[in-house]
Design a protein around this ligand. Structure first.
Ligand code: 0RA
Length: 366
C-alpha cells in the first residue's frame, strides 16, 4: 500500500473542542440538513474506513442499511480505532476521536493520505448529529464497545469479550432534531460504494441493502480502466477507436491514474477524484489533464504531418468526444468552492500535464 503513518498513541490528539458547534450549525460541517447532508454522514464514516484502505491497513468494508431505511452500519478490517487512555484527558482515544472536533492524530502525519476538505472533518460530526451511535472496535485481543447520543458518550468504553483480529464497526441513527426527513437512498449509497471499489483496486466493498432485500459486493482488480469500460457500456456514445488509454504513475508522493477513450459524442466528459472523493467541479488536476491531453495529440499530429503548415487544431477540437476518468491520491488535498468539490493544489497542474503528455503521446505513437 501507499502506507506511512507511524505508531499512534492517544497523546497525539491535540485540539479538543466539544460538539455543540456542530449541533448549532450543522450546515457548516455537512453542507445542509437535507438529503445531501444526511448522506454526508455516511460518506464521513465510509471515508474513514477508506482512509484505512488507502494506507494499506484494510481490504474489506461492509455497509448495512437496516430495513428501517434510517440506521446504518459500517464495518472495516482496519487497525481499529485506538482504545488506549489519554494521559491528560483520562479518556480512551476512541471516545476522544468520536466526541471532539478535529481530534485525529492520524491527520498530522504528512505522508498519510486522507479524504480532507469538507470530508474527513471527522466521525465526531456524525456522533454530534446522531441520536444513537455505537462504536465497536476489535483490537489488542479484545472487542470493545461504546455508545453515544447527540455528541456525548452514553457510557464508558467496555471490553466486551476476547476477540481476534482488528477492525472498526460504527452504527448510527441520524437525529430527528437535526434532520427534517430521515430516509437513506439505497441507489445513491450503492453507486458511491461501487465507485470506491473502482477507485481502490483490490478493495472489497459490500453493501447489504435490507430495505430492498439485496446485497452487492464490489471488487475490481482493473480499477478505473474497468470503471471507464462500465461507463462506456452504459452510455450511448460509440467509441473510436475501440481501445482505452490507461496509465498510472507515482511521483513526488502523488499517485495518479487516468483512463481515456474517444467517442462520437460532441462534448467532452471527464470525471475526477481526489483521494477517492468525487471532484465534481474539477480543479487543478483536471486542468493538468486537459492541457497534457491537448499537447500529446498536437505533438502526434505534428510528428505525422497531419496538420497543414501554419494551422493549429483548437483545444476544443482535440477534446471533443473524450470520455475520461482521473483519480489522484494527494497527501494534503486543498479543496475549494461552496461544496468543496474543486481541487486547488497548484502543484498538480504541471505534474499531471507532464504525466499525461508523455504517457498519452507514447500510447498514440505505439
Ligand atoms: C486513529 C489512529 C489509527 C487508526 C484510526 C484512527 C482508525 C479510524 C477509523 C475509523 C473507521 N475505521 C478506522 N480505522 C482506524 C491508527 C492506529 C494504529 O496506529 O494502530
Amino acid at each position: 500500500g501507499r502506507e506511512v503513518a507511524g505508531k499512534y498513541t492517544a497523546k497525539e490528539i491535540t485540539v479538543l473542542e466539544g460538539l455543540e458547534p456542530v449541533r448549532k450549525r450543522p450546515g457548516m460541517y455537512i453542507g445542509s440538513v437535507d438529503s445531501n447532508g444526511l448522506h454526508h454522514l455516511l460518506w464521513e464514516i465510509v471515508d474513514n474506513s477508506v482512509d484505512e484502505a488507502m494506507n494499506g491497513h484494510c481490504d474489506r468494508i461492509e455497509v448495512t442499511l437496516a430495513a428501517d431505511g434510517e440506521t446504518l452500519r459500517v464495518s472495516d478490517d482496519g487497525r481499529g480505532i485506538p482504545v488506549d487512555t489519554h494521559p491528560k484527558y483520562k479518556k480512551p482515544a476512541v471516545e476522544l476521536i468520536l466526541t471532539t472536533l478535529h481530534a485525529g492524530g492520524k491527520f498530522e502525519s504528512k505522508n498519510y493520505y486522507h479524504s480532507g476538505g469538507l470530508h474527513g472533518v471527522g466521525a465526531s460530526v456524525v456522533t454530534a448529529l446522531s441520536d444513537r451511535m455505537t462504536v465497536s472496535v476489535r483490537r489488542e485481543g479484545a472487542e470493545w464497545e461504546q455508545s453515544f447520543s447527540r455528541g456525548k458518550a452514553a457510557g464508558k468504553l467496555k471490553r466486551v469479550r476476547s476477540a481476534r483480529g482488528t477492525g472498526t464497526t460504527i452504527e448510527f441513527h441520524p437525529d430527528r432534531e437535526i434532520f427534517p426527513q430521515i430516509r437513506f437512498n439505497p441507489g445513491v449509497i450503492r453507486e458511491r460504494l461501487e465507485a470506491k471499489a473502482y477507485l481502490h483496486k483490490g478493495l472489497t466493498v459490500v453493501f447489504h441493502d435490507q430495505v430492498g432485500g439485496e446485497s452487492h459486493s464490489f471488487h475490481y482488480d482493473d480499477g478505473i480502466r474497468a470503471y471507464l469500460e462500465k461507463r462506456l457500456a452504459t452510455g450511448k456514445a460509440r467509441r473510436v477507436p475501440a481501445e482505452i488509454f490507461y496509465a498510472s504513475r507515482d511521483a513526488d508522493g502523488v499517485h495518479v491514474e487516468c483512463a481515456l477513450a474517444w467517442t462520437e459524442e460532441t462534448s467532452e466528459s471527464i470525471s475526477s477524484f481526489v483521494n477517492s472523493i468525487p471532484t465534481g467541479d474539477g480543479g487543478t488536476h483536471e486542468n493538468g489533464l486537459r492541457s497534457g491531453l491537448v499537447k500529446a495529440v498536437r505533438s502526434y499530429l505534428d510528428i505525422h504531418n497531419l496538420v497543414p503548415r501554419g494551422l493549429q487544431i483548437a483545444a476544443e477540437d482535440v477534446r471533443e468526444g473524450v470520455v475520461g476518468l482521473l483519480s489522484c491520491f494527494v497527501p494534503a488535498p486543498q479543496f475549494q468552492g461552496q461544496t468543496k468539490d474543486k481541487l486547488n493544489n497548484p502543484e498538480l497542474v504541471p505534474l499531471i500535464d507532464a504525466f499525461i503528455r508523455s504517457s498519452l503521446e507514447n500510447w498514440l505513437l505505439g
